[in-house]
Design a protein around this ligand. Structure first.
Ligand code: MF3
Ligand code: CO
Length: 270
């Protein structure tokens, strides 16, 4: 669970966090070269593991233990295909096919600081309604980031995300939330994707948070797989997830992660 007090980073710390977040962005970019029909989600995990190790960093999710009741997470990536929302475990027999959407969430630790980002890729042509789910979820992320400015409150972010998603009739996942990032992968504050304007903790310059809307085409209700990790939608409709790590600044948030390394044609949003 998150520690209760938010940690404000110095500019020196932010420079270090820029490096870990740049690396995690490059991992997603590297993976975009391999996302195509026929590849297994386990193979994507191996590619990410090797890439991170080659760049003198550590995979942040591997062996991560969020709650004492849970077993340590055994992979580098969370790879969530179609109706899987988040925490999808990579599998040898999960083979991507045309029309799939695949959310890939990656965390790295470099020089003591974490980087965290997620992106939902398309595998070939998508149905228009799935394409729209991806675009709207991406817009939710951008609208949330616009609210991550000095003097606003955490609830302003959630409110912006929720209003936009629900306007399209989508379900906003509530069980999982964004979070502070720093020397720990998950720090205070929690950053829900729903909320009330003007509610929650006041955001101050130097706070580093991961904003990560998880939006379902249908119900927001989730089911947990037998593996104890993989979460899927109760109605089996697809889900999308985008995540950026950002610094709260005066006037405009600063993104530490970027989707610029992701190759065209692997996405509905850039
Ligand atoms: N990026 C996710 C998060 O921010 C995933 C954590 S997966 C875990 O919470 F395996 F590390 F738990
Ligand atoms: Co995160």
């Amino acid at each position: 669970m998150s520690k209760s007090k938010a940690i404000i980073k110095t500019e020196e710390e932010i420079e270090l966090m820029r490096l870990s977040n740049q690396l995690v962005s490059k991992v997603l970019g590297e993976l975009s070269n391999y996302i195509q029909p026929g590849i297994s989600t386990l193979r994507l995990d191996e590619i990410a593991y090797t890439y991170i190790k080659d760049h003198h960093a550590e995979p942040a999710f591997l062996n991560y233990k969020p709650h004492s009741s849970k077993t340590a997470y055994p992979y580098t990536l969370c790879v969530s295909v179609n109706e899987y929302v988040v925490h999808g475990m990579p599998k040898k027999d999960c083979i991507l096919k045309e029309g799939d959407v695949v959310s890939i969430d990656c965390g790295v630790k470099l020089n003591g600081y974490f980087g965290d980002s997620a992106y939902t890729f398309s595998v070939g042509e998508l149905k228009p309604e799935v394409m729209q789910l991806l675009s709207v979820t991406y817009e939710c992320l951008e609208l949330g980031i616009e609210k991550a400015v000095h003097g606003n409150r955490v609830g302003d972010i959630g409110y912006a995300v929720q209003v936009h998603a629900e306007k399209h009739g989508y379900g906003v996942v509530r069980e999982l939330v964004g979070h502070g990032v720093g020397r720990s992968l998950h720090e205070a504050p929690e950053v829900p994707n729903y909320g009330g304007r003007g509610r929650g903790m006041v955001l101050v310059e130097g706070l580093v948070i991961a904003i990560e809307p998880m939006i379902n085409m249908g119900t927001r209700k989730l089911l947990l797989d037998q593996d104890g990790w993989s979460l899927r939608t109760a109605d089996k409709l697809p889900s999308a997830h985008f995540e950026h790590t950002v610094v709260v600044r005066k006037g405009k948030a600063e993104k530490l992660t970027t989707f610029e390394f992701i190759k065209n044609g692997k996405t509905a949003v850039i």
